[in-house]
Design a protein around this ligand. Structure first.
Ligand code: UT7
Length: 322
């Protein structure tokens, strides 16, 4: 059977690194509070004029180099983002132009922090159904542009960045030993739309700021993430002992630890980057995959579970063999 196999990965982080101490100057907060409640120590913010598609294009070039491919070798490009440069065209078509990909098709997926998982599932469907052979999936965000800098409950948590993964059609035996995407599980429940949202948008002629009831989101997160990861693992026919790496959405170290515990996976088998990147929404998983590979942790043949939850609520998981 056809499997969507990983051919390359790359990431990009803006130059400007902002430590927790920065927020002590303008808000009633402390670095200790931020570290103890979220695990975040620093985050990157895009420079003036640097857009989501710019970050994504850098990550795309890094992934192409890793795969030894040219942009023209791709036949589809998907960008997961909630912070596209413009209302339209899609960030994906902007990236397509910037990397010199003049063929194929490109589109955005918007599922907030779960966006990369949703985009991966879409890429997998395109490949398995024979509609595309090589698909680049990018998660890219500039959440610094939708922060209310007077809201200490949100603005200390988010960061900017991009990560990219290239998938290619390959043959598999149809077993959990195959390389590539083994299973996907997607969910959303719009009845929770008001605990994490942006209070603006095109139709209201505003940009708006991110609003979050952190405690409420937290309450849903561990339970829903462990459930979707378990469902995806069941679909793939793998169990906790088989997992080499959990690569979770990087929102909060306490959510990451709680979910790993519920999944019966020890923290030694979890890739954690939240301390360095903050919450980069749809970019967090591809960033963690890229950093995990660059650090020598993620190797060919490793069994990986990714899981994410965000505004919507939307949540999901993907099981893949690197
Ligand atoms: O990526 C999308 C998904 N998003 C998430 O997964 C985020 C989920 N939520 C969280 O990560 C956590 O809920 C937070 C990190 C946002 C907050 O942690 P918490 O343990 O849930 O804290 P809390 O909301 O219960 O707030 C505790 C206290 C409050 O004060 P009172 O009401 O108890 O007096 C807050 O006002 O901490 C206060 N607080 C702060 N204090 C210092 C909130 N933000 C800050 C801050 N510095 N930056």
């Amino acid at each position: 059977m056809i499997r969507a196999q990983i051919k390359g990965v790359g990431h990009y982080l803006p130059e400007n690194v902002v430590s927790n101490a920065h927020f002590e100057k303008t808000l009633e907060t402390t670095s200790d509070w931020i570290v103890s409640r979220s695990g975040i120590e620093r985050r990157h913010f895009a420079a003036e004029g640097e857009t989501t598609s710019n970050l994504a294009a850098h990550a795309a070039r890094a992934a192409l180099a890793d795969a030894g491919l040219e942009a023209s070798d791709l036949d589809a490009l998907i960008v997961a983002t909630s912070t596209a440069d413009l209302t339209f065209p899609s960030a994906a078509t902007m990236v397509q132009h910037q990397i010199g990909m003049n063929n194929g098709f490109a589109f955005d997926v918007q599922a907030v922090c779960a966006g990369f998982v949703f985009a991966l599932a879409n890429a997998n469907a395109l490949i398995v159904s024979g509609q595309a052979k090589r698909v680049m999936v990018i998660g890219a965000e500039t959440f610094s542009r939708i922060m209310d800098w007077s809201d200490r409950g949100t603005c200390v948590l988010f960061g900017d960045g991009a990560g990219a993964l290239i998938l290619e059609a390959g043959e598999g035996a149809g077993t959990s030993g195959d390389r590539g995407i083994l299973s996907t599980d997607l969910n959303s429940d719009g009845s929770h739309r008001d605990i994490l949202y942006v209070d603006g948008g095109v139709s209201t002629k505003t940009t708006g700021y991110l609003r979050m009831e952190g405690k409420e989101v937290f309450r849903h997160a561990v339970e829903k993430l462990a459930a979707t990861a378990t469902t995806a693992m069941d679909k793939a026919g793998v169990s906790a002992e088989d997992i080499d790496w959990v690569v979770p959405h990087q929102a909060n170290i306490r959510i990451i630890k709680g979910t790993a515990k519920k999944m019966n996976v020890p923290m030694e088998n979890v890739i954690v980057t939240v301390q360095d990147h903050g919450n980069t929404s749809a970019a967090s998983i591809p960033l963690a995959l890229s950093v995990g590979k660059a650090s020598g942790k993620i190797k060919a043949g490793d069994l990986i579970v990714t899981e994410a939850i965000g505004g919507g609520l939307a949540w999901g998981a993907v099981v893949l063999r690197w």
